[in-house]
Design a protein. Structure first.
Length: 122
């Protein structure tokens, strides 16, 4: 069985992104995948579309699209991991700054109290 090229061009199908992900060769060329398209890709829905396509697909095309699903999922996971790591590092820095500021305020209060000399003869 063959397929029509328009099937890959339709935006609502999502097959274009999968085809692009499957046919990109090197690992570094995954950067060419549009981030917005990767994040909005619904992996479960795409798998269902490949399993039960609206029109017959060639077996080779189906296998290439499944490879594309795996690669899109990998890129999606890497983006998520990067976002979580950035959030964690930002929170860690904020807590460290807060801890440093509270220690500095405590030392400042202790320093002011020791500089004060109360005159007991007043």
């Amino acid at each position: 069985m063959f397929f029509t090229p328009e099937l890959l061009e339709r935006r609502e199908s999502g097959f274009g992104l999968l085809w692009l992900a499957a046919t990109l060769g090197a690992k570094s060329s995954f950067k060419k995948l549009p981030k917005r398209s990767v994040l909005t890709a619904d992996i479960a829905q795409l798998c269902d579309l490949i399993a039960e396509p609206p029109e017959p697909l060639a077996l080779r095309l189906s296998s290439n699209l499944m490879i594309g699903v795996a690669r899109v999922y990998k890129v999606k996971q890497e983006i998520f991991y990067s976002d979580v790591t950035t959030c964690y590092n930002t929170l860690k820095k904020a807590v460290a700054d807060l801890h440093t500021a509270s220690l500095g305020a405590a030392e400042l209060q202790a320093g002011q109290a020791s500089l004060r000399c109360d005159n007991p003869y007043r």
